[in-house]
Design a protein around this ligand. Structure first.
Ligand code: HEM
Length: 343
């Protein structure tokens, strides 16, 4: 196989590590020295071989361990995966989208053989060999959305399109930045975005929704979002806040570079063919600050972005308390040089 999969954990002893390869291809999200919300959507086209933007669904060295972490979280809390009854068809659409893309783009890792509606799926990294009938739930061990998202990195929301709005009516959410599927299920685009500061007044959500309602099949889009996380914890959910929230108090000037991680979400949006629903995969990438700073322009830029970030955003993203320590640590990587826009 072309990718060497890490054997690592994202909780307790946190053995997660990025290889040199993973550091170099990290999706650094800032194209200038400051940050504010915007409708930062662009076509999800293949870009730069080896980058996280090359494939429809990026598979990397963390794949096997992330899937193990998902199974662990689901075993503790099955409500991280929910699908309202009318969303089963969208689940099949998603299954097809992911299987087809993975088999086409990673033929050494995944295979999909179709004979009419009899399908044969082989997932070599996870050791899965499954024959089933497309659109017949009784031939899979669980529903189609759950089945395929237990084999795909990142969270997934499936949005029903009706009444000129999008409704979060299904999802698999175990690697989220402090929001809850169980709380948001059944909400619409404005309702689930209600806690976000500033963006509503700026008209960001109105413009984004208008754009998404017109999204066409075969023309997916993407955007990046980001936050900061203490320890390489994938499951920063409100459900488990009592476990991870307290870790923010464990950060000191000595360990801030290894404890704090920039958490970047590569979010993509696809119109699905049979259900007319939207699929919203949210793929999480983590990098510790000391690894990030090995790329000098990233260390310099992150220092400026975090230093100047409006207080409401630093509060919402949950690092206002430790911001002075993080900024102080990053200042050693900022030589004061002028930078030009672009990543
Ligand atoms: C935050 C879901 C599309 C912009 C969030 C949150 C959720 C969410 C659950 C967390 C809200 C909370 O605090 O509870 C979704 C879903 C989308 C979607 C399911 C698919 C339709 C978009 C788009 C934009 C956007 C297209 C484009 C501007 C934002 C922003 C935040 C946010 C700016 C705040 C993030 C932060 O500061 O960390 N979204 N979103 N979302 N969303 Fe979306």
């Amino acid at each position: 196989m072309t990718i060497q999969f890490n054997d690592e954990t994202f909780y307790d002893d946190y053995t997660f590590r990025n290889s040199e390869w993973a550091i170099r291809r990290f999706p650094f999200p800032f194209h200038e020295d400051s940050y504010m919300y915007s409708v930062n959507l662009e076509p999800h086209l293949s870009l730069r071989p080896g980058s996280v933007f090359e494939k429809t669904f990026d598979v990397d060295e963390h794949y096997v361990s992330e899937m193990r972490d998902r199974a662990r979280v689901l075993a503790e809390d099955p409500l991280r995966c929910q699908s309202l009854p009318h969303m089963t068809l969208a689940g099949w659409d998603l299954l097809e989208l992911i299987m087809d893309a993975k088999a086409r783009e990673y033929p050494d890792l995944f295979e999909l053989h179709r004979d009419g509606d009899r399908w044969h799926w082989i997932n070599k990294p996870l050791g899965i060999d499954q024959t089933f009938t497309f659109l017949d739930e009784t031939t899979l061990p669980c529903g189609p959305m759950e089945y395929i998202t237990r084999q795909a990195q990142g969270d997934f929301a499936l949005l029903d399109h009706r009444d000129d709005n999008l409704w979060m009516d299904a999802g698999m959410v175990t690697t989220q930045a402090d929001w809850s599927l169980d709380f948001d299920i059944g909400m619409n685009f404005y309702e689930w975005h209600a806690p976000v500061p500033k963006a509503h007044e700026m008209g960001v959500f109105q413009r984004a929704l208008k754009f998404l309602l017109n999204l066409q099949q075969g023309a997916p889009v993407r955007r990046l979002n980001w936050t900061m996380t203490v320890n390489p914890l994938l499951d920063t959910s409100p459900e488990n806040y009592h476990k991870w929230g307290v870790q923010k108090t464990s950060v000191t000037p000595e360990n801030v570079g290894s404890k704090y991680h920039l958490r970047v979400e590569l979010q993509t949006l696809f119109r699905l063919p049979r259900s007319n629903a939207l699929a919203f995969p949210i793929r999480c990438y983590l990098i510790r600050l000391e690894d990030l700073a090995t790329v000098p322009k990233w260390g310099r830029r992150l220092h400026r972005v975090l230093r100047d970030l409006p207080e409401e955003l630093a509060t919402y993203k949950g690092f206002i308390r430790n911001r002075p320590m993080i900024v102080d640590y990053l200042s050693q990587f900022d030589d004061g040089a002028e930078t030009s826009p672009g990543i």
